[in-house]
Design a protein around this ligand. Structure first.
Ligand code: ADP
Ligand code: MG
Length: 396
C-alpha cells in the first residue's frame, strides 16, 4: 500500500477535515464506552501538535429520512453533542461543537478556528445526501477545508459523502487509525507468515462465503464453527436437528468442502438445546438429535481446533463459535480466545464486530495482536474487496 498518510501532509495552519468514527454506543443520553473516541486521538493529537485547524466529521447511528416522525426522533437522540463534550475532556484544546451540518454557523466557527483548535460538526447522517454520496453535499463539505484525512475505518467500505465524496475534491491522506488497520489486516491476509490458520464462525454461511473463498487462497487451514457449520454438516448428509440451516446454500457448502479438501476443518461435536430463546435442556452431542439445535461447538471440537492451531504463525478470526451472548453457549468462543492467547509468537487478528466484542467483553482485549475497529470493513477486506474509502485516498 502506498497511500499518503497524515504525516505526508503539510498541515501547519491548514483547515484539515478529518472523517473520524465517533459512532459510539449511546443509551439514554450516556456514552456506554468511548473506545472509538479514544481510537481517534492519535490523529487528532498529531494535528493539534502540528498546528492544524481541525474539523471533525462523523456519523452517529442510523438516521431515518423516509419517515418524518422517525427523523424527528433521530435528530433529537443522535446528536454528536455528547461526543464533542467527551472529546473536550480528552484533549488539551478548545473543542467547539456546531449543531449543524452546513450553513453560516458552521462556516463562521471553522473560520474562527485558531491553530490546534477543533470544530466538531453535527452528525453527518442528518444530511439525507450523506449515504448517497450526494455530489453537491460532498463539494460543499470539501469547500470548508484545505485537506482531508480519512480516519474512520468503520465506514471505509462505504462510498459516502463525508468519507469518499470529500476526498474527490481535496488533497487527502489516511489517518493513523486507518493506516494501522490496513497494515495489520494486510499482514494477516496478504503478507502473512505461514502457517496461517483462519477461524470462521458466526450465524450464516451466506455472510461468510466470500471470506472463506478468499482465505482458501491464502490460509493453510480454515476452522469453521458457529451456526454456519450446520449447513456444512447437512451438506455432508449429517443430522442437524433444528440447527440453523441455509438450505439454499447447500450447493455452495458442498463446493467449498470439495475445493477446501484438507484445508477445511469442521467441528466434531456440539452443545445443543431444545429451544433457542428459552433452553431448558442442554446436551453435549456428536450429532444434533431431532428436536434440538446446535448452539455452540463442544469440547472435542475445541480440542481439535487447539491441535490445528498449534504452530500457527498467523491466526485470522472472524465470527463467534456459538451463541456467545448466552453464557451457556459462550464456552466455544471463550475457548478459542484462550487457545489463541496461549499460542507463542503468533500474529493474531480479529475482524468481525461480534467476535471482537466477545473477545473484549471476556477480558481478552490484550491477547490479540490486533482487534479491528470495523466489523463490516474488515469483513470486506478479508473478502478481498477494494475498500472505496481507502482507494480514493491519494497515493504517496
Ligand atoms: P461477526 O460480527 O464477528 O462477523 P457474525 O455477525 O457473523 O459475527 O455472527 C455473530 C452471530 O452469530 C452472533 O449473534 C451469534 O449468536 C450467532 N451464532 C453463532 N453460533 C450460532 C449458532 N450455532 N446458531 C445460531 N446463531 C449462532
Ligand atoms: Mg456481526
Amino acid at each position: 500500500m502506498a497511500k499518503r498518510t497524515v504525516k505526508d501532509l503539510d498541515v501547519n495552519g491548514k483547515k484539515v477535515i478529518v472523517r473520524v468514527d465517533f459512532n459510539v454506543p449511546l443509551k439514554d443520553g450516556v456514552i456506554l464506552d468511548d473506545n472509538r473516541i479514544q481510537a481517534a486521538l492519535p490523529t487528532i493529537k498529531y494535528l493539534i501538535d502540528n498546528n492544524a485547524k481541525i474539523v471533525l466529521m462523523s456519523h452517529l447511528g442510523k438516521v431515518n429520512h423516509k419517515d418524518a416522525d422517525a427523523l424527528a426522533k433521530d435528530l433529537e437522540t443522535k446528536s454528536l453533542a455528547l461526543v464533542a463534550a467527551r472529546l473536550n475532556e480528552l484533549v488539551d484544546t478548545n473543542v467547539v461543537f456546531v449543531p449543524a451540518t452546513r450553513g453560516e454557523q458552521l462556516e463562521t466557527a471553522i473560520n474562527a478556528l485558531n491553530e490546534g483548535e477543533i470544530v466538531v460538526v453535527e452528525n453527518t447522517r442528518f444530511e439525507a445526501g450523506e449515504t448517497k454520496n450526494d455530489a453537491d453535499l460532498a463539494k460543499y463539505w470539501a469547500s470548508l477545508g484545505d485537506l482531508f484525512v480519512s480516519d474512520a475505518f468503520g465506514t471505509v467500505h462505504r462510498s459516502h459523502a463525508s468519507n469518499y465524496g470529500i476526498a474527490q475534491h481535496l488533497p487527502s491522506a489516511l489517518g493513523f487509525l486507518v493506516e494501522n488497520e490496513v497494515e495489520m489486516l494486510n499482514k494477516a491476509v496478504y503478507e502473512a507468515q505461514r502457517p496461517v490458520v483462519a477461524i470462521i464462525g458466526g450465524a450464516k454461511v451466506s455472510d461468510k462465503i466470500l471470506v472463506i473463498e478468499n482465505l482458501l487462497n491464502t490460509a493453510d487451514k480454515i476452522l469453521i464453527g458457529g451456526g454456519m457449520a450446520y449447513t456444512f454438516f447437512k451438506a455432508q448428509g449429517k443430522e442437524i436437528g433444528n440447527s440453523l440451516l441455509e438450505a439454499d446454500r447447500l450447493d455452495i457448502a458442498r463446493e467449498i468442502l470439495e475445493k477446501g479438501k484438507d484445508k477445511i476443518v469442521l467441528p466434531v461435536d456440539s452443545i445443543a438445546a431444545n429451544d433457542f430463546a428459552n433452553p431448558t435442556e442442554v446436551v453435549t452431542v456428536d450429532d444434533v438429535p431431532e428436536g434440538f439445535l446446535g448452539l455452540d461447538i463442544g469440547p472435542k471440537s475445541l480440542a481439535l481446533f487447539k491441535d490445528e492451531l498449534q504452530g500457527a504463525k498467523t491466526v485470522i478470526w472472524n465470527g463467534p463459535m456459538g451463541v456467545f451472548e448466552n453464557p451457556t453457549f459462550a464456552q466455544g468462543t471463550i475457548g478459542i480466545c484462550e487457545i489463541i492467547a496461549n499460542l507463542p509468537d503468533v500474529f493474531s487478528v480479529i475482524g468481525g464486530g461480534d467476535s471482537a466484542s466477545a473477545a473484549i467483553n471476556n477480558g481478552f482485549a490484550d491477547d490479540f495482536t490486533h482487534i479491528s475497529t470495523g466489523g463490516g470493513a474488515s469483513l470486506e477486506f478479508m473478502e478481498g474487496k477494494e475498500l472505496p474509502g481507502i482507494a480514493i485516498i491519494q497515493d504517496k
